[in-house]
Design a binder for this molecule. Structure first.
Ligand code: CAA
Length: 386
């Protein structure tokens, strides 16, 4: 559809063209195989870094591109339309760890970690969840205790995207003490690197979708973390994480739009080629109505995303707005990928065609970076206060 490109500035148009060309050359031809092999392609980190796509929102002084949110989300949609696994690597890196460092890190932390992250020399990951603390994120148990200027950390983090290849992991860890528990106020954010003694990349999850994106557990066993690795103020890590997730959830909404677009386009093309009862199935009103509903919901999600991104850039976001965007876009992606399989019929159910991968990849957008139920909690709280 043309209107998705209609209101772009020249610069945004160039970013879309660059991202599309990159996806066509370096991603789309390999996606089915990477999915089959659960293969994360490490060379993509440098390639995306060379394009500036791993520092899109970061200031130029830290080697970022200093772009506004819409440009970044447009690029992310293009990458997600080719491969949702590559998109989540790009989304997590550009939102959670880099945005937290940029907002709350010291100048020394930014020079040491943020600038190499913007250049794609260090990939970023984010470790908040644990096996017993998913939606209830402030129930984390991973614990740090002081030893001189250092912290000694024990515990296990779960569901860490890109954890196998991350050069920087921003981890939320308890710094309150067993006799003075402070729930969300007892959590601090730390910059971890895999060279810290006691840091281990443990179990890699065998997932339904996003199979080319490694999701791992990280085990910290008496891990010694220098004191200057704490970000910002002790006890503020949960709030920093929630603020970073506002960037992250927009990224997941863009990823959802990209997956849904790929599924819609595949269904539309298949419907005009596939003949049954003597005519292309696209000529049956039942299929046309399905395509019409898919296109309408896709456009609505993209419009909501770009509206929310613009509000974020202008600093006028209101509580709940990002969650609305993530909720609507992820449920739209699940619905559209389901419809795409229906349009393909039996061919949608086999791995020869990409739509079953889109369907498997879409599902997690309703789960990670806050489930649809968590988004509804946030929206519900916001609208009932208005
Ligand atoms: N900005 C600033 N502060 C915020 C905030 C935000 N967006 N959200 C919450 N806070 C503050 C609150 O104001 C509150 O502070 P006060 O006590 O001073 O008022 C404090 O944080 C605690 O907030 P709540 O009382 O709302 O906390 P809660 O325990 O009720 O939890 C929740 C709220 C919305 C359910 C939250 O826990 C949540 O978002 N859970 C989902 C976590 C999540 O998204 N995890 C995904 C992890 S990342 C991932 O998926 C992996 C990956 O790599 C892709």
């Amino acid at each position: 559809m043309i209107h998705e490109l209609r209101d772009l500035t020249e610069e945004q148009f160039a970013i879309v063209a660059t991202a599309r060309a990159f996806a066509d050359e370096h991603v789309r031809p390999f996606s089915a195989q990477w999915d089959r092999d659960s293969h994360f392609e490490p060379s993509l980190i440098k390639k995306l870094g060379d394009l500036g796509f791993l520092g899109m929102l970061l200031p130029v002084e830290y080697d970022g591109l200093g772009l506004e949110a819409k440009s970044y989300l447009l690029a992310l949609e293009e990458i997600a339309a080719a491969d949702a696994s590559v998109a989540v690597m790009m989304s997590v890196h550009n939102s959670l760890p880099t945005q937290m460092l940029n907002a709350f890190g010291t100048e020394a932390q930014k020079r040491r970690f943020l600038a190499p992250m913007a250049r794609g020399e260090l990939l970023g990951a984010f470790a908040l969840s644990e096996s017993d603390a998913g939606s209830d994120a402030s129930a984390i148990r991973c614990q740090a205790r002081r030893e001189g200027d250092d912290w000694i950390v024990d515990g296990t983090k779960a569901w860490v995207t890109s954890g196998t290849h991350a050069g920087v992991v921003i981890a939320m860890i308890r710094t309150d003490t067993p006799d003075d528990r402070r729930r969300s106020k007892g959590i601090s954010a730390f910059i971890l690197t895999p060279d810290l003694p006691g840091f281990t990349v443990a179990k890699k999850e065998d997932k339904m979708g996003l199979r080319a994106s490694p999701t791992v557990q990280l085990v910290f066993d008496g891990m010694r973390v220098p004191g200057d690795r704490m970000i910002g103020v002790e006890g503020q890590g949960f709030i920093y994480a929630m603020q970073s997730l506002e960037h992250g959830r927009l990224g997941i909404a863009a990823q959802s739009v990209g997956i849904a677009r790929a599924a819609f386009e595949a269904a539309r093309d298949h419907a005009s080629e596939r003949k049954q009862f003597g005519q292309p199935i696209a000529e049956f009103q039942g299929i046309q109505f399905k395509l019409a509903d898919m296109a309408t919901r896709l456009s609505a999600a993209r419009a909501l995303l770009h509206m929310t991104a613009a509000a974020k850039d202008r600093g006028v976001l209101v509580p709940g707005e990002v969650s609305m965007c993530k909720l609507f876009a992820s449920e739209m992606a699940m619905w559209i990928t389901t419809q795409a399989i229906q349009v393909f019929g039996g061919y949608g159910y086999v791995k020869e065609y990409p739509v079953e991968r889109y369907f498997r990849d879409a599902k997690v957008t309703e789960i990670y970076e806050g489930t649809s139920e968590v988004q509804r909690i946030i929206i519900g709280r916001a609208v009932s206060k208005e």
